[in-house]
Design a protein around this ligand. Structure first.
Ligand SMILES: C[S@@+](CC[C@H](N)C(=O)[O-])C[C@H]1O[C@@H](n2cnc3c(N)ncnc32)[C@H](O)[C@@H]1O
Length: 257
């Protein structure tokens, strides 16, 4: 444990050290959490039956989809006056959806629609799948959710998911409302779901609520994903309670039921 603590601390920037000191409840989580991995090794760990070559080919399809990146960037720039920065966790999300090939996936937290667009592009490339997204429209900043983001509210007159290109919308259904109320209702409408992604309100209590609500509706072998999983101890604790190990790329964490 002491060696692990030194190893974790030696890899941290001053900003991260300050972040840990200001949130002491996260220190045990970081000491027990898996290391931040790159998308390809994290995917291989999550899909043990898949070959490295298969993941690399799929990664190249993501990296080489110039039409997708062009479409997204030009739509984003028109409203946000800046280019999108794709982090490794965007690629991880794409790889997960490509390899899991979900028939039904549910996500909470849409905002501009970056994660929705990545998921829908992966479904399009699979030739199968539909996505149900839940969002409380962030027309004003929402504490413990959009208030920590670069843009804290939707552009004027725009609905959640405004960024999703037209050619991907045929696989998408958007449900507006508080996930605390409508997530159980929406999950009951599905026989079983293949992937659940949390990215809505990041209080520990709400994260736990969504994981617990989605878990019984996930099919055996399905995947529970959480963005911003290192904001609170909720995902780490959930993995301990359910006795499942998890992998993460940055703060996108994934475990298999
Ligand atoms: C971090 S943003 C989602 C970002 C999005 N996944 C993306 O990749 O662009 C969080 C979103 O969660 C929504 N949200 C916050 N609290 C919510 C709640 N209780 N129920 C449903 N959505 C909520 C906000 O409106 C906001 O759109």
């Amino acid at each position: 444990m002491v060696r692990r603590a030194f190893s974790v601390i030696s890899h941290l920037s001053m900003a991260s050290i300050w972040m840990h000191l200001s949130r002491p409840r996260m220190i045990p989580v970081h000491l027990g959490a898996p290391q931040d991995a790159a998308p390809i090794p994290a995917t291989l760990a999550l899909f043990p039956g898949v070959t490295k070559e298969q993941v690399e080919v799929t990664s190249a399809e993501w990296q080489g989809n110039h039409h997708f990146f062009w479409e997204l960037n030009s739509n984003f720039f028109a409203r946000r006056s800046r280019r999108l920065q794709f982090s490794p966790k965007g690629e991880f999300l794409y790889l997960i959806v490509r390899l899991q090939k979900p028939a039904v996936m549910v996500e909470t937290g849409v905002f501009d629609g970056i994660s929705s667009t990545i998921i829908l592009q992966a479904m399009e490339d699979n030739g199968t799948g539909s996505l149900v997204s839940i969002d409380l429209p962030a027309h004003q900043p929402i504490a413990e959710s959009t208030d920590a983001m670069k843009e804290r509210e939707l552009p004027d007159g725009r609905d959640p998911g405004w960024l999703i290109p037209e050619y991907l919308r045929h696989r998408h259904r958007l449900e507006l409302g508080d996930s605390r109320k409508i997530l159980p209702e929406i999950l009951q409408q599905q026989s079983a779901i293949d992937i659940f992604l949390h990215d809505s309100l990041h209080s520990a209590e709400h994260m736990w609520f969504e994981y617990e609500t989605a878990w019984p509706c996930l099919r055996s072998g399905g995947l529970l994903l959480s963005d911003d999983a290192t904001w609170t101890p909720a995902f780490h604790r959930f993995s301990r309670v359910r006795r499942r190990s998890y992998v993460r790329v940055d703060d996108l964490a994934a475990l298999r039921k």
